[in-house]
Design a protein around this ligand. Structure first.
Ligand code: SIN
Length: 513
């Protein structure tokens, strides 16, 4: 056991970096699985940060859109709080060096995304917002003497003492036995769960491990069933699937099928700019029917796509698609987990000593269907609030020095792929009780297949929570679409512990003799 006076931050994405900077000069130990700035979903975010920056727009209008998109389960007070703080965070990111796009008059260029009543997404070079914000924050963290970054390490479980969180166990990301670190506070900012699905836009490390770790320690998990599917992941066979940002549809790109027909016009008056869950189901239906859904950018963007959306253009080139002349084939892919570790307005979880922010947390902002580009915004707002809530401490602490850690196996890739395929088949865009129960059975088998691997147990814990909460929610709402319960019931958020979820999971099938 290694004691430290540093606050431990699990993860190294937007929320983690921002919280470390807000906490400075309080010493922090940041656990980054990859070299700092790589491997976090924040760096892959294309759209940008939603904020009412136009004088004709307002935080109240942004809050109202957030509530409307969330399908009845957004906490309106949280929406007002977050949208009211948005502008200040954009100004802070600007001061930290984020090169947001500006017009000749120096005003922020604002993109339009689905279900926003106003163009209010602050962006960088079209689709580079996540990468550029992360670049600015990584530079600031590297220059902050209070932050010690352990690169190439992962947290595997929480250290529990006297009913609270007293630290973490961490291991080498490439596989080692864990070592315990005792710390005054732990902030989980380790991302969501999209990578638990076989079709996802999330980086390979984002597989529900952060949420699962908290769940295994007994934290309450809220809205676990609400997983958002992005309608326009590029269907090129790459894993993870590259994203074709919603901002392309904001620019007028159209969704068409193999016959060249627009299919969204029949499904919603806003067609391609309908709420994301509706567009995702539209794309999924075309794909299931074999009609090859595609995003046609030819008329709306033409060659502009190459310079204004460089990440999308590069993904097309990798797949042999010419987006100037060809529609881009797309699929619905797991993209964002609205559910997560339940937190209060200060990022505090149900466990003493544990805070959470970013996609790992569930604050009540997103409801059943997150409004586009509210994800990075929520991470900023709650990273700051959590950092302030953790509060001041000693102004200095020696760096944590780790001993040599003996090797230990990583999660078995065959088991991980089985888990991901089961989630896509049973807990995907459309769900029913039979499929969810089948997924729960596979999850139990996967877990039993490597019961001594904490990283895999963290993944199966989150997968169990998603399926169990989806099974209990006998209605359809936002991104949670039950074909056996297509109606909408009275709105409510779900709250569940892992032991409650496990009670709904069938035992694994015994091995045949
Ligand atoms: C996108 O750019 O389409 C994704 C933005 C988001 O998920 O908020």
């Amino acid at each position: 056991m290694i004691p430290t006076d540093r606050v431990v931050i699990v993860g190294a994405g937007l929320g983690a970096l921002y919280a470390a900077l807000v906490m400075a000069p309080r010493p922090v130990l940041m656990i980054s699985p990859d070299p700092l700035g790589q491997g976090a979903s924040s760096a892959w975010a294309q759209g940008g940060v939603a904020a009412a920056m136009d004088p004709a727009d307002s935080a109240d209008a942004h809050a109202a859109d957030t509530v409307r998109a969330g399908a009845g389960t957004v906490n309106p007070e949280v929406a007002r709080l977050v949208t009211a703080e948005a502008r200040a965070h954009i100004l802070t990111l600007t001061t930290l060096g984020t090169p947001f796009d500006r017009d000749p008059a120096g005003e922020y260029v604002l993109s339009r995304e689905a279900a926003h009543s106003f163009a209010r997404v602050v962006r960088v070079k079209g689709d580079q917002a996540g990468a550029e914000i992360m670049r600015a924050l990584v530079a600031a963290v590297r220059a902050a003497p209070s932050v010690q970054v352990l690169e190439g390490f992962v947290a595997t479980s929480l250290l529990l003492e006297a009913g609270g969180v007293a630290g973490i166990h961490l291991a080498r990301a490439m596989g080692s036995q864990p070592v315990a670190i005792r710390a005054p506070a732990v902030l989980i900012a380790g991302g969501g769960s999209g990578g638990l699905y076989s079709v996802t836009t999330n980086p390979p490390r984002i597989r529900g491990e952060a949420i699962g770790m908290a769940a295994r320690a007994g934290a309450v998990i809220a809205d676990a069933e609400f997983v958002q599917f992005h309608p326009t992941a590029i269907a090129s066979g790459e894993d993870p699937a590259p994203l074709a940002t919603e901002a392309l549809r904001g620019e007028g790109a159209l969704l068409v099928n193999a016959a060249g027909q627009r299919f969204m016009t029949a499904l919603h008056p806003d067609a391609e700019l309908a709420p994301r869950d509706i567009v995702a189901r539209g794309v999924y239906a075309e794909w299931r029917a074999g009609r090859v859904p595609a995003l046609d950018c030819r008329k709306a963007l033409s060659a502009r796509i190459l310079t204004q959306f460089p990440a999308v253009a590069a993904a097309c080139v990798r797949a042999g698609i010419d987006p100037v002349r060809q529609p881009i084939p797309v699929a619905a892919a797991a993209h964002y987990h609205m559910g997560g570790i339940e937190t209060d307005w200060d990022g505090r979880s149900s466990l003493p000593g544990l805070w959470a922010c970013g996609e790992a947390a569930s604050t009540g902002l997103h409801g059943a269907n997150r409004l586009a580009s509210n994800g990075l915004l929520e991470a900023l707002v709650f990273a700051r609030r959590a950092a302030l809530s953790i509060g001041a401490g000693p102004a200095a602490a020696p760096p944590v020095i780790l001993p040599e850690l003996p090797p230990a196996p990583l999660p078995d890739p065959t088991l991980v792929m089985r888990l991901r395929e089961a989630m896509t088949a049973g807990a995907g865009v459309l769900r029913d009780a039979v499929g969810l129960q089948a997924a729960l059975r596979v999850i139990a088998e996967v877990e039993a297949g490597q019961s001594d691997c904490p990283q895999l147990q963290n993944m199966t814990a989150t997968a169990t929570l998603i399926c169990a909460a989806a099974l209990l929610r006998r209605e359809s709402r936002g991104a949670h679409a039950r074909t056996d319960h297509p109606h909408t019931a009275a709105p409510h958020r779900s709250r569940m512990t892992l032991s409650q979820a496990l009670a709904l999971r069938p035992a694994p099938e015994p091995e045949p003799l």
